[in-house]
Design a protein around this ligand. Structure first.
Ligand code: ADP
Ligand code: MG
Length: 336
């Protein structure tokens, strides 16, 4: 049964989200009113998820709610910021209460973990589309940026990469995994962990940072372009989960790690004289060194014999031309 727009807002997006003392007026007025902390800069990002483009049609509403916030929190993490407030623009074909209640629960779960208040939004009718704007803080002039990597800096990645891509391949039945492994990688796709504490710990240590949404090659490429440098990475050093290693040949595993998106790990660079600070800031098992920034432009990936390893795809771009037989992932036009 469909309910009215005002009931949608009142029942699912007003109560129960984290309350913060810096929110003077939240949902219910013409706009939200918040107090800025002193000596901080605002950090603002927005990301849209569209059904069938950014998530498969059969994704559960809890997972959609969770992921819509997770991808935005990941942008905060990449800036070294602390998230505080969000707005939600929700477009859905009808107001199905079961769907709304599950969607709102998935969104709320992650909002609670990071004390993010839902301060407003917009509710409209149309094809399922979720846009979240996230607003956070960073101490003045301390934000991490894509530019800043220098020749000689080490290149690092948090967690493991390629798992979310394997999750999508499993959902689309491009390969068959044992049930427990399916569950692990599909969870990595639907419920990425935004690396907020890592991003914040890297302030003053990392010379550049980005979150890996479109694949390591593509996203590290953004750091290189913004910084005006090149890099060499060692495929052997790529952090692969045991699921990825056990399910795929080495070359295929590297392809997933280098080119598939949606992991939302951080890729960052650190100068040699900050390595001790890095070791003190993050647990040793939370990140891996994968390569080095160089003066020579371009991104090179070497295999264990020192030969060039060329991945088959390098991430997802805006408005890729539609080809017959392309997968959901290749069709997406992304803005992340
Ligand atoms: P207006 O017509 O002034 O834009 P709306 O009727 O769109 O107001 O929204 C009423 C209030 O509900 C506003 O405070 C708005 O921010 C909030 N709101 C609307 N949709 C959502 C939503 N999906 N999530 C959170 N808040 C929402
Ligand atoms: Mg409105």
């Amino acid at each position: 049964m469909s309910i009215a727009e005002f009931d949608v807002i009142a029942n699912y997006f007003s109560q129960d989200f984290p309350k913060r003392p810096d929110v003077i007026l939240g949902v219910g007025d013409d706009a939200a009113l918040c107090t800025m902390p002193p000596n901080k800069q605002l950090v603002i990002a927005v990301d849209t998820l569209i059904e069938n483009i950014h998530f498969p049609k059969k994704t559960s509403p809890e997972d959609i709610g969770y992921k819509a916030l997770a991808v935005n929190l990941s942008d905060m993490a990449a800036m070294g910021a602390t998230p505080a407030w969000m707005t939600l623009a929700l477009t859905c074909p009808h107001t199905d209460e079961t769907w709304l209640s599950k969607f709102s629960a998935g969104l709320r779960k992650l909002a609670e973990s990071h004390e993010v208040s839902l301060i407003g939004g917009d509710t409209t009718s149309g094809p399922l589309t979720i846009t979240i704007q996230i607003i956070g803080f960073v101490p003045s002039d301390a934000a991490l940026q894509r530019r800043g990597a220098q020749p000689g800096d080490g290149i690092y990645v948090t967690g493991t990469i390629g798992d979310a891509g394997l999750g999508l391949a499993s959902i689309e039945k491009r390969l068959l995994l044992a049930r427990p492994l399916q569950k692990i990688v599909e969870t990595r796709l639907h419920r990425p962990t935004p690396r907020l504490s890592e991003g914040q710990a890297l302030r003053g240590i990392a010379s550049s940072a980005i979150d890996i949404s479109d694949g390591l090659m593509a996203d590290l490429g953004h750091i290189l372009t913004a910084s005006g440098v090149g890099a060499t990475i060692q495929a052997d050093n790529l952090p692969l989960s045991s699921t990825l290693r056990d399910s795929l040949s080495v070359d295929t595993a590297w392809n997933f790690a280098l080119s598939s998106g949606d992991d939302y790990e951080l890729c960052f660079t650190v100068a040699e004289d900050k390595e001790t600070a890095l070791q003190a800031a993050l647990p040793a098992n939370s990140y891996t060194r994968i390569g080095i920034i160089e003066r020579r432009m371009g991104l090179r990936c070497l295999d264990s014999d020192g030969r060039m390893f060329l991945p088959q795809e390098s991430g997802y771009e805006h408005f890729i031309k539609l080809n017959v037989g392309t997968t959901l992932r290749k069709r997406r036009s992304r803005s992340r």
